[in-house]
Design a protein around this ligand. Structure first.
Ligand code: FMN
Length: 267
């Protein structure tokens, strides 16, 4: 068996497709019934990209039910969005696949320390007593999982609701939009909010996805130069589900969540 001496850090990235530092920074996940939440998700991704923060196209949660563990582990930070439906109930108010995953699949994930920001859509005129309630539920679910929540917003004069479960400690727990009555305000709200997330350090590394797992090998000493050539790769199945790819000079460990750690090895 190989002896682990040191991690590659970013220096040996060319030897492998990705390293643990190459995890994508931010992704926007949303649920929707009639498309409004997707519209705002699109605005958020466009603004992230405009500000130089790479993010893939928004990901509809319906498409990743059953595979959230894999999908979430690809990103350091998650922006999650929901509409609100069905006035009155305390839980399962999104009317989307979020309701299905909140108290089952999501509950089973270790998202402790992950950076999360929430946004929500509602109709503050027709449902003024329950404006965007489901955003509050989304916030609660991710908070209880130990996520670091960013992006609470001031309730300024542009909002006309009476009450909302998305209000926590006198603020909205994230970005609230209203494509039914105030679609003309969404772009500015998104602009302001994404800049706020940047200033809060939301996109900085340090989320759970980048933290070393308990079962990962301990790094000891960094090395300076990449190997001159890449020998044949030996695959090692070991370490609590981690699979090692040893090219004779180094080992890339990959776990079941597609987490990657690179280490110098010595036979
Ligand atoms: C039957 C029904 C119930 C709704 N209930 C609420 C509600 O309780 N609170 C709220 O803010 N908006 C409510 N809405 C408005 C939707 O949340 C709003 O139209 C939202 O933009 C829909 O987003 P989506 O297109 O992404 O599904 C309701 C709409 C309908 C048709």
């Amino acid at each position: 068996f190989t002896t682990i001496l040191a991690p590659f850090g970013t220096r040996h990235r060319s030897a492998f497709a990705r390293s643990s530092t190459a995890i994508d920074a931010t992704a926007v996940f949303f649920g929707t019934s009639t498309g409004n939440t997707e519209e705002v998700a699109d605005l958020i991704v466009a603004k992230l990209n405009e500000l130089g923060h790479e993010a893939p196209e928004p990901i509809c949660v319906d498409g990743v039910v059953g595979d959230l563990k894999t999908e979430f582990s690809k990103y350091e930070a998650l922006i999650v969005g929901t509409p609100t439906w069905n006035t009155g109930a305390d839980t399962e108010r999104s009317g989307t696949a979020w309701d299905e995953v909140y108290y089952g699949e999501l509950d089973d994930l270790d998202l402790s320390g992950k950076n999360v920001a929430v946004f929500g859509l509602g109709d503050q005129i027709s449902y003024g007593e329950n404006y965007a309630d489901a955003t509050g539920e989304l916030h609660e679910v991710f908070s209880k999982l130990g996520c670091k929540i960013f992006g609470a917003t001031e309730i300024d004069d542009s909002y006309e609701h009476e009450a909302s479960k998305a209000i926590k400690d006198g603020k909205f727990c994230g970005l609230l939009c209203d494509q039914v009555n105030q679609d003309d305000l969404s772009e500015d709200r998104v602009d302001k909010w994404v800049k706020q997330l940047v200033s809060e350090g939301f996109m900085s590394s340090g989320g759970a996805a980048a933290a070393p797992a308990a079962s990962a090998p301990e790094p000891v000493e960094a090395i300076e130069a990449p190997p001159a050539s890449k020998p044949a790769v030996e695959v090692i199945h070991s370490r609590d589900g981690w699979v090692g790819h040893d090219n004779g000079e180094s080992t890339l460990w990959v776990n079941s969540e597609n987490r990657r750690e690179s280490y110098l090895t010595k036979n």
